[in-house]
Ligand binder design. Structure first.
Ligand SMILES: NC(=O)C1=CN([C@@H]2O[C@H](COP(=O)(O)OP(=O)(O)OC[C@H]3O[C@@H](n4cnc5c(N)ncnc54)[C@H](O)[C@@H]3O)[C@@H](O)[C@H]2O)C=CC1
Ligand SMILES: O=C(O)[C@@H]1CCC=N1
Length: 272
């Protein structure tokens, strides 16, 4: 991140809570100089206050990117702080769930280049994935600049249309929480089988992390990886008979989970 337009002109972060901090942690650890970052947050965490970023002072004159990471419900209050930067050279990037490009254009003007993005918290360790889509004002250069920023904290993927964003939010934006709950549930089940809690959690955490890494690093079809674990009439088969039950199994639960999150994303877009 050194010697980039972002490092030279600056990055402005509006809202630096859980998601803003996860990304900022990733950028700083990948060489973005702290003095190139301006953060605005009325309730800065201890962690944020301990960074050498410009905190809650004047706006930078001409930041390359203004990244908006406030809650969707706070958007209408928070965004006017940045209107002096709208319609100029600064690229706006929003990570807010649900808030459409049209809403940003209404608040910032249609001349403003705006990228709507959906990252996730593994960005803190450089293992996030962010989906992006730009408005009519974003050029290929703007998209590449947003990708440069977000690829420093994980993978990036461009969407064909903005209406894919609600499903993306319900899948990869919220998805880490589903996986963390999987660790919790697996550990609780191990405890119920008599293991001490510390051992149960250690086994569950390493299993989810190891299986995720194996799927990611080999690129092998997860169904094949699953079959590789499953000996005919063995222990895994007995477990999967429960987990893959058509009526009560994980596929249906996950379907309903992602559908509920995507629906909430659409609601946030309507109601703020
Ligand atoms: N947490 C997550 O996993 C993800 C969150 N997001 C999006 O990121 C955004 C932030 O979410 P979180 O970080 O989870 O919430 P959060 O509540 O942890 O952070 C929001 C921050 O905004 C600050 N804030 C409130 N009013 C402000 C104002 N007027 N000006 C500047 N800052 C203000 C708050 O003090 C807080 O630190 C949301 O729009 C959410 O949809 C997107 C992807 C994943
Ligand atoms: O829960 C939320 O609304 C945010 C958006 C995706 C992940 N966290």
């Amino acid at each position: 991140m050194q010697d980039t337009d972002i490092a030279r002109r600056g990055l402005l972060l509006l809202g630096c809570g859980r998601m803003g901090s996860a990304m900022l942690e990733g950028w700083l650890s990948r060489g973005l100089p702290a003095e190139a970052v301006w953060a605005l947050d009325p309730h800065p965490s201890d962690w944020l206050q301990a960074q050498d970023v410009h905190l809650d002072g004047d706006l930078p004159v001409d930041p390359a990117i203004a990244l908006v990471a406030v809650k969707p419900q706070m958007m209408r209050d928070a965004l006017p702080t940045l209107t002096t930067l709208a319609g100029g050279r600064t690229l706006f990037v929003s990570v807010a769930a649900g808030i459409s490009i049209a809403t940003f254009e209404a608040l910032l003007g249609r001349q403003t280049p705006i990228v709507r993005a959906m990252p996730n918290t593994p960005a803190a360790i450089g293992r996030g994935i962010t989906a992006l889509v730009g408005n009519d004002q974003t050029t290929e250069m703007h998209m590449q600049q947003a990708e440069l920023l977000l690829s420093a904290v994980g993978e990036t993927v461009r969407l064909d249309t903005e209406d894919q964003m609600d499903a993306v939010t319900g899948t990869s934006g919220s998805g880490p929480a589903y996986v963390f709950h999987m660790i919790e549930a697996l550990a609780a089940a191990a405890e119920a089988e008599g293991l001490p809690s510390e051992l149960a959690l250690r086994l569950a955490r390493a299993t989810v992390a190891g299986a995720g890494a194996l799927a990611q690093e080999t690129g092998t079809d997860p169904a094949e990886l699953r079959r590789n674990v499953t000996s005919p009439n063995g222990t895994t088969q007995a477990g999967l008979d429960v987990l893959m039950d058509e009526e009560t199994g994980l596929r249906r639960l996950m379907h309903d989970t992602v559908a509920a999150a995507a629906r909430r994303s659409r609601e946030l877009g309507r109601d703020g």
